[in-house]
Design a binder for this molecule. Structure first.
Ligand code: 26Y
Length: 822
């Protein structure tokens, strides 16, 4: 046994083949002759998983033994995508598996394509969580992600008649090699009920309820690249069998017997498909609590195994809240410490605030979580009581320091005095944490000047910090862009840059090496060719890989201004139509690519998708235009789709109204793949520009500090669309793209609705910026220089850098490199 846990499984192809065939026959009851590519994938994946399992055990045993402080990253979303290729690269077994599969008649690429995405997230926030656990694993930080195992992840998007249609994502219908069920790790989670006060202790209650659900753990291994460390994401699923009512079953009430099961399952059935919009649904609140309660019970149970007193929890555990969604973890921690561990209020509060830290990801008012007091009181009576008390003590302390400032108390109260009263979750998260951070420099500044302004004054500047986002170079370079990665490896001398991105700086030395420049360009062309094929299979549209690929892929949201993009495409179409064929033939050929999902209930966003598809249909069918302009909406954007699209872009658009996009992370991915940004002075665009130099990025539009004045003006004055924008409106209204009436609400949002996102303000400079991009792209040599220099200067945006900063400044944890268990 000792030997088993210490020795690595052999890496030769004979051993690999044996283990694949073992799983094929023993796990899936197939034979090599009856194997299809689906089973080839499953058998290969299970054989890789055996290796991960071994390292997983080693890692966790080692961390336990070392009594290492762990960080717990709590997130309602983990947008993981695929794992097989990622694991092969991490274990350095890609070549061996490719060879083995080749010997039995399969191409590795096809086998990789059999895997379905784990799409347990909406967009940026969920993908960030996945990049962060990847970085923790790769940098040897003892860290776990905690989340929910949704039965249905992010819906699949079909485009029917130009409209988005949502289809359930039944990702667990086929076996999932990347999760380990842990029936022994199950916790009861209570809802509703009533409280009985401890007669001897004012702060202690017994919470009685017979509505109890079980949360069962599933562990998802996170392979670390170039280390034996394997991270973990622990996902909770609502367990059902304990709710089977045997009495009802025995009396013949079969439906009633499983009634409880159905209700329990619903809690982890589906991911809410909202990105940056809070719909305040009760089921969502219950999901959040199930998640927080199970997670906190698990963290406390693990800590208690060390035998140390609860007051020392902050020495062994740091908990990061990924936005406010897991904020109930704070009152839940208090409940455990007060009611179960019998701590005093002050000691419990001290432990709690030293353990928790909170990341804010947005300042859009519609995204702010608030829960009606009556709803919270009904579902979680004990927590409502704790929140009242947290608020009371907080307000008392503030009143002491700022006597008589009643407006201040009203502004900062965790309970908003509306009708009904609401709990402001961002304030609760802030008060219960020792650090609060934004996700890019401008965003962290904005939150200090707006939502947390009073808190900065009360709690001090030092509590409010910036942690600029980052992305994983493993997935977003090495995995998705093999040709460019091989080139970088040639320059650096080995592949160590994948874990140490500062090394890409070396690319600058080769910027005038003509052979290198040609290979750089060829790598991009190959990626564009690959995307052209992907576009053909997913949309039926043929595009020319030699055209400029102009990409905007992200969630569809008004603040991200896909509408401004498509309006500029309409204007471009108009201009092309005015030209003589001779002049038109000299125009730069362009493929405008969109992808992204709209929340199911977000009508305006769905109309934007319809408009894009309506424009695409007319433009792509216009023989006069031909290859000069193509418009493509790629359906069902996902992590995997992004891995095809991002490496193939020449220019990508990140054009949010200044001050609205907290950071953005795809902007980083595009530049790390040699693409150039056309963007506003917003989010992480700003820091990207600072790092790579302003010659390498195309900025336009008004600045964040100007936005309020423009908005104010537009509340009382009609916007003045310039000729270009007016031309686009006219074409829509003249039914150029089908019935213009269905798009009138989009035009009205600008001309009558106050143009909240300032499309009319930024449109002229947007068109100018497009022209500048065209001029630059026509000069191929200059373009290649921009592309190489950009990548060379992007090392700041590795999530390894972000995680190191969190580790040092927020979590106070150190890397623990797994060596041996003994
Ligand atoms: C349901 C509701 C409460 C809600 C659900 C999801 C609210 C917000 C979200 C998701 C927000 C989100 O994805 N924010 C993005 O986070 C990224 C990572 O920090 C940023 O790069 C990006 O600018 C921000 O919009």
């Amino acid at each position: 046994f000792q030997n088993y846990s210490h020795s690595e499984i052999a890496r030769d192809t004979a051993t690999i083949k044996n283990s694949v065939i073992m799983h094929l026959t023993a796990t899936f009851l197939r034979t090599p002759t009856s194997m299809d590519s689906g089973h080839a994938y499953l058998a290969s994946a299970f054989s890789v998983r055996d290796r991960l399992l071994q390292r997983w055990n080693l890692t966790n045993e080692f961390h336990d033994r070392m009594k290492a402080k762990r960080v717990y990253y709590m997130s309602l979303e983990f947008l993981i995508g695929r794992t097989f290729d990622n694991a092969l690269l991490a274990l350095d077994l890609r070549k061996e598996y490719g060879q083995t599969l080749g010997e039995v008649g399969f191409r590795l690429e096809d086998i990789i394509d059999e895997e379905r995405d784990a799409a347990l997230g909406n967009g940026g926030l969920g993908r960030l969580a996945a990049c962060y656990v990847d970085s923790m694993a790769c940098s040897d930080y003892p860290g776990w992600g905690y989340g929910l195992r949704y039965k249905y992840g992010m819906f699949q998007q079909q485009i029917i008649n130009g409209y988005q249609v949502e289809v359930p994502d039944c990702w667990l219908d086929s076996p999932n090699p990347w999760e380990f069920p842990r029936p022994d790790v199950t916790y009861p989670v209570k809802f509703y009920g009533h409280l009985v006060r401890d007669p001897n202790n004012d702060d202690r209650y017994v919470w009685e309820s017979n509505v109890v659900y079980d949360a069962m753990a599933f562990d998802v291994p996170v392979p670390g690249y170039g280390t034996t460390n394997v991270g973990n994401i622990r996902l909770w699923s609502c367990k059902t069998n304990s709710l089977f009512d045997l009495n009802k079953f025995n009396s013949g009430d079969y439906g009633g017997a499983t009634g409880g099961q159905v209700a329990a399952q619903i809690l982890t059935d589906v991911l809410y498909p909202n990105d940056n919009t809070n719909d305040g649904k009760e089921l969502r609140l219950r999901q959040e609590y199930l998640f927080c309660s199970a997670t906190l019970q698990d963290i406390v149970a693990r800590f208690k195994k060390t035998g140390r007193p609860m007051s020392e929890l902050p020495e062994l555990a740091a908990i990061q809240l990924n936005d406010t969604h897991p904020t109930l973890g704070i009152p839940e921690m208090m409940r455990i410490l007060l009611d179960e561990e019998e701590m005093s209020w002050d000691d419990a509060w001290d432990v709690t605030t030293r353990t928790f830290a909170f990341t804010n990801h947005t300042i859009l008012p519609e995204a702010m979580e608030k829960w009606p007091v009556p709803m919270l009181d009904k579902i979680l009576p004990r927590h409502m009581g704790i929140i009242y008390k947290i608020n009371l003590y907080f307000l008392q302390a503030v009143e002491k320091r700022f006597p008589g400032d009643r407006d201040l108390l009203r502004r900062i109260s965790i309970i908003e005095e509306s009708n009904p009263q609401q709990v402001r979750m961002a304030f609760l998260a802030c008060v219960g944490s020792h650090k609060v951070n934004g996700v890019a420099a401008i965003h962290s500044d904005i939150i200090k000047q707006t939502i947390f302004k009073d808190f900065v004054r009360i709690q001090g500047e030092d509590k409010f910090i910036n942690k600029t986002n980052g992305v994983s170079p493993r997935r977003w370079m090495n995995e998705c862009n093999p040709d460019m990665s091989d080139l970088i490896t040639d320059v650096v001398g080995d592949r160590s840059w994948v874990n140490d991105l500062a090394k890409v700086k070396k690319l600058e030395e080769r910027v005038s090496d003509s052979d290198f420049r040609r290979r750089w360009w060829d790598a991009k062309q190959k990626n564009k060719q690959r995307l052209a094929e992907y576009i053909l299979t997913t949309t039926g549209i043929q595009v020319n890989p030699n055209a400029l690929f102009d990409v905007q892929v992200k969630r569809i949201h008004e603040y991200k201004r896909q509408l401004m993009n498509i309006l500029s495409v309409i204007y471009r179409y108009h201009c092309l139509k005015q030209m003589t064929p001779e002049v038109r033939a000299k125009e730069l050929h362009r493929v405008v690519i969109f992808a992204g999902k709209a929340a199911s209930g977000y009508w305006v966003a769905k109309q934007v998708i319809k408009l894009i598809n309506a424009v695409a249909e007319v433009v792509n069918a216009d023989e006069e235009i031909g290859d000069v302009l193509k418009v493509v909406f790629i359906p069902d954007y996902s992590v995997t789709a992004a891995e095809y699209i991002i490496p193939a872009s020449d220019i990508s658009q990140h054009i949010s109204t200044a001050g609205t996009e907290a950071s953005g992370t795809s902007n980083m991915k595009f530049v790390l793949n040699g693409g150039i940004i056309l963007g506003t002075v917003d989010g992480a665009n700003i820091e990207i520009g600072e790092e790579i130099g302003e010659e390498q990025i195309f900025f336009f539009g008004c600045l964040a500090h100007e936005v309020e004045d423009f908005r104010h003006y537009l509340r009382f004055n009609q916007p003045k669309p310039d000729d270009a924008l007016q031309t686009a409106f006219d074409m829509i209204q003249r039914n150029t793209f089908g019935d213009g009436a269905i798009f009138q609400p989009l035009i009205d949002s600008i001309v009558r609705g106050g143009d909240v996102y300032l499309l009319s303000v930024d449109f002229p400079s947007y068109i100018q910026a497009h022209n500048a991009v065209e001029d630059a792209y026509r000069n191929r040599e200059e373009w290649i220089t921009k592309s190489i220099l950009s990548v060379a200067r992007m090392s700041k945006f590795s999530s390894d850098r972000s995680i190191q900063e969190y580790a040092e400044e927020v979590w106070n944890i150190e890397p623990v490199r797994v060596t041996s268990c003994s």
